[in-house]
Design a protein around this ligand. Structure first.
Ligand SMILES: *Cc1c(COP(=O)(O)O)cnc(C)c1O
Length: 367
C-alpha cells in the first residue's frame, strides 16, 4: 500500500462535475477579474466565518500584508509572532517595515504561549499575530485581554484553521482583522493561489479592498499607493463549491485524527497532538513528536508512506532572519519541535485501512 502525504483525489472526485460546469460558465462569460464570483465567495465566506466582511486576496501572505498595512503597522513598530510559525507570518511583518518579535509556543498545544507575551512587550509593540497552528485555535481569550491591555491590533493568522473554534467562537472572527490562505493544501484550498481577510470592521475591509486593487475604488482614481493582490475570479468560483463541503471534510479530518490517536497511543516515545479543552482542532496537519524523527521518517518513506516536517528550521534560524537579534538556543521549544516533529498523511477521503497501515508501520519501527 502506498499512502502519499496529501492527495486531492477524493475531494476532487466529489467536486469534479461542478467545477467543470463552473469553469465553462466562467470561460463563456468573459469577465475574468473581480466579478460576481469574487463577490459571491466573499459573501459565502463571511457568512461561514460569521463576520461582517471578507475581502479576497491573491494569497494568504498578501492577506497578512494588506491587514498590517490597513491596521497602520509600519516602520519602527514591533509585532509579536510565534517562534514556530510558517515563514509567511514573519514575511508580512517585514514587508511593512516592522520588526517581528518572537514568542515561544506552549509545548503541549504548539500555539503561542500567552504566559510569555508580557515579557516580549516594549514601548514599540503595536500588534500581535496569533497563528492557529496545525489547525488548533490559540487561546484567544488571553490574547484579546492582553491586546486590550497594551492597545495592540490583533491579526489572526487563520491559514491553517478554517472552521476551528476557541470557546465556541470561530477563528478568524476574533481579531481586528484576520488573514487566511486558500493555498491548495489548506483545509479550504483553491485550485491555485488565493487568500482573504475577515473582519467586522468596515473601514479595515474597505482599506484592504482598495489596496488589493491599485489603491482604487473607482476605475483610474487612486487614493492610496496600492497593489495588485486580488483574488482570482475563477478561483473564487471554485472556492464557493468547496466551501459548501468544508464542514464535512473537517469532520473527516477530525475522525482520521481520532483513529491515529487510537492506534498510536503508547507507541515508542511518540507524543500525540494535544487539544486544549477550550479549543477545537481542524487537523490541517496531524503532527507527532519523537526523538527518532529522521529514522522514523526514513522507515515510513521506504514503505511507501509520505510524511513532511512542519517546519524543519524555525524562523529565527533562517538566513533571511539572520538580522534579528536571535541565536540558536533562544527558543528551545521551537527548536525542539523543528528537530522532533513529523506530520503524518491526513486528507479528507483517506481510508481507515490507510491509517491502520501507517499505525502498524510505525509500531513495527518501535518494536
Ligand atoms: C500557508 C500559510 C500562510 C501563507 O499563505 P499563502 O497563501 O501560501 O501565501 C501564512 N501563514 C501560515 C501559518 C500558513 O500556513
Amino acid at each position: 500500500m502506498k499512502v502519499p502525504f496529501l492527495s486531492f483525489a477524493e475531494t476532487n472526485k466529489e467536486i469534479r462535475d461542478e467545477v467543470i460546469v463552473t469553469f465553462t460558465d466562467f470561460f463563456d462569460k468573459g469577465w475574468y477579474i473581480l466579478g460576481d464570483s469574487v463577490k459571491k465567495f466573499e459573501r459565502d465566506y463571511a457568512e461561514f466565518n460569521r463576520v461582517a466582511h471578507c475581502v479576497g486576496t491573491s494569497n494568504g501572505l498578501d492577506a497578512l500584508h494588506l491587514a498590517l498595512v490597513s491596521a497602520g503597522i509600519g516602520e519602527g513598530d514591533e509585532v509579536l509572532v510565534p517562534s514556530n510559525t510558517f515563514i509567511a507570518t514573519l514575511l508580512a511583518v517585514s514587508y511593512v517595515g516592522a520588526k517581528p518579535v518572537l514568542v515561544e509556543p506552549d509545548h503541549r498545544f504548539y500555539t503561542i504561549d500567552v504566559s510569555k507575551l508580557e515579557q516580549a512587550v516594549t514601548s514599540r509593540t503595536r500588534a500581535i499575530i496569533p497563528v492557529h497552528l496545525y489547525g488548533q485555535a490559540c487561546d484567544m481569550d488571553e490574547v484579546m485581554v492582553f491586546a486590550k491591555k497594551h492597545n495592540l491590533v490583533v491579526i489572526e493568522d487563520n491559514a491553517q484553521a478554517q472552521g476551528a473554534k476557541w470557546a465556541g467562537r470561530l477563528t478568524g472572527a476574533w481579531g481586528n482583522i484576520n488573514a487566511t490562505s486558500f493555498y491548495p493544501g489548506k483545509n479550504l484550498g483553491a485550485l491555485g493561489d488565493g487568500g482573504a481577510i475577515t473582519t467586522d470592521d468596515t473601514a479595515l475591509a474597505d482599506s484592504v479592498s482598495r489596496l488589493r486593487n491599485y489603491g482604487s475604488e473607482k476605475k483610474y482614481v487612486h487614493e492610496v499607493v496600492g497593489y495588485n493582490m486580488r483574488l482570482d475570479e475563477c478561483q473564487a468560483a471554485f472556492l464557493s463549491i468547496k466551501l459548501r463541503r468544508l464542514n464535512e471534510w473537517t469532520s473527516q479530518r477530525v475522525n482520521i485524527a481520532a483513529m491515529y490517536n487510537d492506534t498510536l497511543r503508547d507507541t515508542g516515545d511518540i507524543v500525540l497532538p494535544q487539544v486544549h479543552s477550550k479549543a477545537t482542532h481542524v487537523y490541517h496537519l496531524y503532527v507527532i513528536q519523537t526523538n527518532k524523527r529522521d529514522e522514523l521518517q526514513r522507515h515510513l518513506g521506504e514503505r511507501g508512506i509520505g510524511t513532511l516536517i512542519h517546519y524543519p528550521i524555525p524562523p529565527h534560524l533562517q538566513k533571511a532572519y539572520a538580522h534579528l537579534p536571535y541565536r540558536r538556543g533562544d527558543f528551545p521549544i521551537a527548536e525542539r519541535l523543528a528537530d522532533s516533529c513529523l506530520s503524518l498523511p491526513l486528507w479528507p477521503g483517506m481510508t481507515q485501512s490507510a491509517v491502520e497501515f501507517i499505525g502498524d508501520t510505525i509500531k513495527q519501527f518501535y518494536r
